[in-house]
Design a protein around this ligand. Sequence first.
Ligand SMILES: Nc1ncnc2c1ncn2[C@@H]1O[C@H](COP(=O)(O)OP(=O)(O)OP(=O)(O)O)[C@@H](O)[C@H]1O
Ligand SMILES: [Mg+2]
Length: 506
Amino acid sequence: METVSTVGLKGLEGYRIQAEVQIRAGLPSMVIVGLPDKSIKESRERILTVLRDAESSITTQKIVVNLSPSEQKKNSTLLDFAIAVGILKESHLIKKELDPNAAFLGALSLDGSLLGTDDLLPTILAAKSLGIKKLYLPYDPNIPLELMEELELVFFKNLFHAIAYFNGKNTNLEISPKKAKIMNSTFAWQNDFSHIFGQEQAKRALEIAAAGEHNVLLTGPPGCGKSILAEAFPTILPPLSKESLLEVMSLYQLAGEKHAIPCTPPFRSPHHSSSSTSLIGGGSFPKPGEISLSHKGVLFLDEMAEFPKKTLEMLRQPMESGKVTISRVQSKVTYPSSFILIGATNPCPCGYLGSIHYYCTCSPRQIKNYQNKISGPVHDRLDIFLHLHSMKLDQVNRKSETSESIRRRVQLAREKQYNRYQMVWTNGKVPIEKLLRTSPLSQEQERRLLSLSIKLHWSNRVQLKIIRLARTISDLENQHRISDESIDEAIQLRSGSWFEGIGVKK
Ligand SMILES: Nc1ncnc2c1ncn2[C@@H]1O[C@H](COP(=O)(O)OP(=O)(O)OP(=O)(O)O)[C@@H](O)[C@H]1O
Ligand SMILES: [Mg+2]
């Protein structure tokens, strides 16, 4: 019996698969066992057609393939290559001993070409985290070779080249592609904070949100600049690290999309009519949804109150845990989904509640119903509430700071956080006990927060969110401890909440 290694995927996580092949005398046939799905069952025909071209005698015997671990359902055509190599080894058409630390990935076409699939990049990364050192695979220009230095990748055009390579016939059969310069590519944003006049308070709040990865709700009358501010928000986020970029690219590949601008954090703005499956992920062949495509970036929900309440409720678990688990009858997949949520909405159906220029014509009941569309638990998970007013564009200072200079401050604050937590954690996402251990509040600060929380009926989550926000503000000011002023500003940023501020009280 011959065994060849390959890798399967569950969400973004991988597991080793051993393709065990046995060829026996018997009626000509080929069976694949080990819970293959329909696509793998069909690979039988592809593999047999190609092998018949390589050596016709193989297909006149009984071939049994077991995909171990046999209890795990398998569903990727990338296993074709390993199965084919297993059969070739078992029939001594490949004589060379294979490296036990190497794995094979690739789908076969009828002419023997090796092809990549949507799950090729995530499978390569999963193989790397499983400790596999070498991969034999088809060349795909979407693989960011520059970021894969620790892994030895050997590319083949087709199965016949692979057979010749392993039999030492011609050593130039593997493809050696050029490495693209991905990490050095520059930002290419159309928006910039300097194009937005005035709104200094909103810009400061968004800078804090970017520095500590805090969620924001922007409210205000029509045309006051909610959407333009949110759309410019990713320009003040620091570029993605190498690990984050690979993770983001993998999620995009799984969803069958391309991450448009390399290195920049993703920005997704699904329409409020999007289905909950497209937002959260899933489907009969599970795919990452918008919340996973915003991983390490921004999920912008424009007209947030117009989203179906049920869909917004589904954000509760991913917003807390940074990942989403989708259960299907026979399988369960988990995708990462750690994003900064920016919501934008009018405060009431007519849009002018709290406006300094127009009267609101809505009844208290209408306002309450409208605001209730964003339920208490979702509201509780937001950190910063900003109520915007329209500016008199001729009166505001038109010389605004550029996104680049804000981004530099955000980057410095991020580095402070990463150093303090010794992990790539921000104040918005770090486990709270770690934050409190590294930045304890003074007794006086604790007493003050406690008395305010009793007075203003803050939930425990809200109290902790204020501490997280205050920590970020102090980081931006380069302060070692959480200062009293940063707590004041954090309370201020939280106080625009519908439940405490401009809205109708519950
Ligand atoms: N401070 C500003 N500086 C420059 N342009 C602005 C500013 N505020 C608004 N605008 C411009 O005004 C227009 C309306 O802004 P925007 O779409 O952001 O409003 P909105 O608050 O999202 O409105 P709605 O509630 O209707 O969605 C846009 O074309 C935007 O470019
Ligand atoms: Mg808008």
